[in-house]
Design a protein around this ligand. Structure first.
Ligand SMILES: Nc1ncnc2c1ncn2[C@@H]1O[C@H](COP(=O)(O)OP(=O)(O)OP(=O)(O)O)[C@@H](O)[C@H]1O
Length: 254
């Protein structure tokens, strides 16, 4: 069952310093526990949208609320707490390649520690056990001591997800998480995100280029076109033709 919105956008605009419009008057709400997929062609504003949610990008005007609170004025500790609650998964995994899987996963816990302790690698036994449990959740417990760059792309992305779990996030943002993966590993990564969404009620927002994947995993699909929200439907109402429209119209305009 859907609950109160965990994220809301009201009249959100983002104009980059060079004048490029990233987002244009975006309005929508996301209930806690939803699996939302954002589709749209390259340059439509998907990454921009995701990055405004954890303040990696600042908006130009409008209001974004997380858990009912406007986030734009957050500084210092409040911003750190916001970012702790929001995990982020990137297309390129962003692991430290020469470090072990364990160290990479433990680094997801840094926002719970003073910097000097993390620099010295002073993680507690409880956090080491948590790292093992996180790796179990992504079916990689046997890779604890393996170097990150010895894993396949799909395994590296699952390590990145395990690292995110160390934050105990309420929200996971995934920006093209499977763009560089083959179909089999794509399934493993998407299934993992779906399991965490269903079992832990984590709100998941994923940018995808693939329409079939969007249809397979989403509870709801929103479509962006030139920074505008042009489509917003629950999966039960999404048709192939709608999605083709989002892509074809834009391709013709481009
Ligand atoms: N740092 C930046 N400075 C200026 N313009 C930017 C910047 N980042 C993105 N843009 C522009 O903002 C628009 C939206 O880009 P964004 O990366 O959000 O799109 P996207 O839908 O995620 O595309 P892709 O699928 O290629 O990642 C594009 O026109 C892009 O060129």
């Amino acid at each position: 069952m859907e609950e109160a919105p965990i994220i809301s956008f009201k009249h959100v605009n983002k104009i980059y310093s060079n004048g490029t419009v990233g987002l244009k008057d975006i309005n929508f709400e996301i209930p806690q526990g939803q699996f939302l997929v954002v589709v749209g062609l390259s340059g439509a504003g998907k990454s921009t949208l995701l990055r405004t949610i954890n303040r990696m990008h600042e908006i130009t005007s409008g209001e974004i609320k997380i858990d009912g609170e406007p986030i734009q004025t957050y500084k210092g500790q409040a911003l750190r707490l916001l970012r702790r609650k929001i995990g982020m998964i990137f297309q390129g995994f962003n692991l430290v390649n020469r470090s072990s899987v364990e160290r990479n996963v433990l680094s997801g816990r840094v926002s719970y520690y003073p910097t000097w302790k993390t620099l010295c690698g002073l993680f507690t036994q409880a956090d080491r056990e948590m790292a093992v449990r996180s790796l179990q959740r992504v079916n990689l417990a046997d890779k604890l001591y393996t170097r990150a760059d010895e894993l396949s792309g799909g395994q590296q992305q699952r390590v990145a997800i395990a690292r995110t779990l160390m934050q105990e996030p309420k929200i996971i943002l995934a920006d093209e998480p499977v763009a560089s993966l083959d179909p089999l590993t794509t399934k493993a990564v998407m299934d993992t995100l779906q399991r965490l969404n269903r079992e832990d009620n984590i709100t998941v927002i994923v940018n995808l280029h693939s329409v079939p994947l969007a249809r397979q995993y989403a509870d709801r699909i929103i479509g962006l076109q030139a920074g505008q929200l042009v489509y917003d439907r629950p999966i039960s109402e999404v048709t192939e033709a709608d999605l083709n429209d989002i892509y074809v119209t834009e391709a013709v305009q481009a």
